[in-house]
Design a binder for this molecule. Structure first.
Ligand code: NAP
Ligand code: MG
Length: 477
């Protein structure tokens, strides 16, 4: 039975309640985590505030950065163990989990190195005055993260918060809290002072809601569904607290008739089956110019049919999806598209010896998908790819921009002018040209437009989101 991590101490929930931790690979419960709620959130926020007033808050930026760097090294030293924990908890292939742990370390390396390179400014003003603009931490930062990339998400949101000198309270997803808890131990051993990072495990509607609504927080970062993101923003608004929201996408792969198909096809398949499609940046719409549509999509179908699904230990292209609700949701999209007569162009294969009790779904490529179909517009969050033809550049842009989302996009063409025109016309936080980076790029500012959310994570811009400024004006005569 695991405990929560608050103020440098390990705690059960006050009322002793727990949540079973289930392996998506076989549906078996193998661990328990505490079901924290408002009481534990209170304690965690108080512990974070105390850290800001204590040794953590008094550290200089260089020393904070060094601590983050030591955490990065310690994560890498525990890579095998953390990857095992992550793979068991999420069901993802072992090598994917291992990569996630490396990315977690990379976030701490990147933001540790950046901690003392965020400088203020001086501003010319009236004669006899000296003006300086300081960058300061926001204070207590709240972080509510989803279950698809638990370790990466922790790194993405907590590392820049700590680099800027905030004290963090993290609410991991109830399905995937284990890597965060082990991380807290490792980070503490590497020198992270008590209270700088606090982890409250529990249900979203209890611990998560209590955290977003807590009057003691100064910022909230949320990644997850649109529905909950809106609730979190409403809760934060009641205390005028800033929030960064990352709410998923329906990202298009826009393929023109002069595509380098040999390069594009494997990247396009990977961008939707990676992490069983449970990636906010999954390339879930394949938009192909009509003149090459059938030929190109048949190449994608060939590659798609080779996708294999299995347990973490089998280490194939795909694992199971996260939980029974997600399995039902993805299966419902597949069943409804089939029932509507949308052709299935290819299916991946679930290994025969993957446990029947696991939460597996068959990766499926549909096409041509009507433009108004759910599959063409809604985030499935599973290994389901929708192919749609377009006529010309203008039609491609209209179609690419025709959903509520705007997170990522990719443009595939050998025509340099068209690459630039289309990339600039597409509404998205990141556009890849003849490549794709679902989930990658610690250095690359990332976030949504439209209903995909707002605010920026990753790269140096995250440090601006996670800090505020103070303008000092001095009259010196
Ligand atoms: P979710 O409910 O939005 O969960 C995301 C996070 O918010 C989790 O930590 C969750 O905790 C917490 N939460 C839930 N209800 C809350 C509330 N009322 N107040 C504050 N926090 C709350 O997402 P989900 O149910 O896991 O997945 C549903 C769908 O969301 C997916 O099918 C997918 O379409 C989308 N999704 C998107 C992303 C993304 O990266 N953009 C990630 C995951 C899911 P608990 O997990 O403990 O409930
Ligand atoms: Mg689990």
């Amino acid at each position: 039975m695991k405990q929560m991590f608050i103020g440098g101490r390990w705690l059960a929930a006050q009322d002793g309640r727990t949540i079973p931790v289930v392996s998506p690979a076989d549906g078996e419960a193998f661990e328990q985590i505490p079901r924290g709620g408002a009481h534990e959130v209170d304690r965690a926020v108080a512990a974070a505030r105390a850290a800001l007033d204590g040794p953590w808050g008094r550290l200089g930026a260089t020393e904070r950065g060094r601590i983050l760097g030591r955490i990065a090294d310690a994560v890498l030293a525990h890579e095998d163990e953390l990857a095992r924990i992550e793979a068991q908890d999420t069901g993802k292939p072992t090598s994917t989990a291992r990569n996630d742990i490396r990315v977690l370390a990379r976030y701490f390396e990147f933001y540790g190195a950046a901690a003392d390179k965020v400088h203020g400014q001086t501003i010319p003003f009236l004669p006899g005055h000296q003006v300086s603009l300081l960058r300061e931490p926001l204070g207590v930062t709240a972080h509510i993260i989803p279950w698809n990339y638990p370790a990466q998400m922790l790194g993405r949101t907590v590392a820049p918060a700590l680099a800027m000198g905030n004290a963090a309270v993290l609410k991991p997803a109830e399905d995937t809290s284990l890597s965060a808890l082990r991380f807290a131990e490792i980070a503490t051993a590497a020198g992270l002072p008590e209270g700088a990072l606090n982890i409250v495990t529990g249900l979203g509607e209890e611990a998560g809601a209590a955290l977003a609504a807590h009057p003691g927080i100064d910022f909230v970062s949320f990644t997850g569904s649109n529905e909950v993101g809106t609730l979190v923003q409403q809760a934060a608004a009641r205390h005028a607290v800033k929030c960064v929201l990352e709410l998923g996408g329906k990202s298009p792969q826009i393929v023109f008739d002069d595509v380098d198909a040999a390069r594009a096809v494997p990247i396009i398949v990977r961008a939707i089956v990676q992490n069983a499609g449970q990636t906010c940046t999954a390339g879930s719409r394949l938009l192909v110019q009509r003149s090459i549509h059938d030929r190109f999509v048949s190449l994608v179908a060939e590659a798609f049919a080779r996708v294999r699904v299995g347990t973490p230990a089998m280490d194939l292209d795909c694992g199971p999806v996260m939980n029974p609700a997600q399995q039902r949701r993805v299966q419902r999209y597949i069943d409804e598209a089939r029932a509507a007569g949308i052709p299935v162009l290819a299916e991946g294969r679930i290994e025969a010896d993957a446990p029947r009790t696991g939460f597996y779904v068959k990766p499926t490529l549909f096409g041509p998908v009507p433009r108004d179909a759910a599959l063409a517009r809604e985030e499935v969050f599973g290994p389901v790819l929708a192919a749609l033809p377009f006529d010309d550049e203008a039609d491609a842009i209209r179609l690419a921009n025709g959903t509520d989302y705007g997170l990522l996009a990719a443009v595939w063409t050998e025509n340099a002018g068209r690459l630039q025109r289309v990339a600039k016309a597409v509404r998205a936080g990141q556009v890849f040209m003849n490549c794709y980076g679902a989930g990658g790029g610690v250095e690359l500012p990332f976030g949504g437009t439209k209903r995909s959310g707002h605010g920026r994570e990753k790269g140096l811009l995250a440090l601006e989101e996670l800090s505020t400024t103070k303008t000092l004006v001095q009259f010196h005569g």
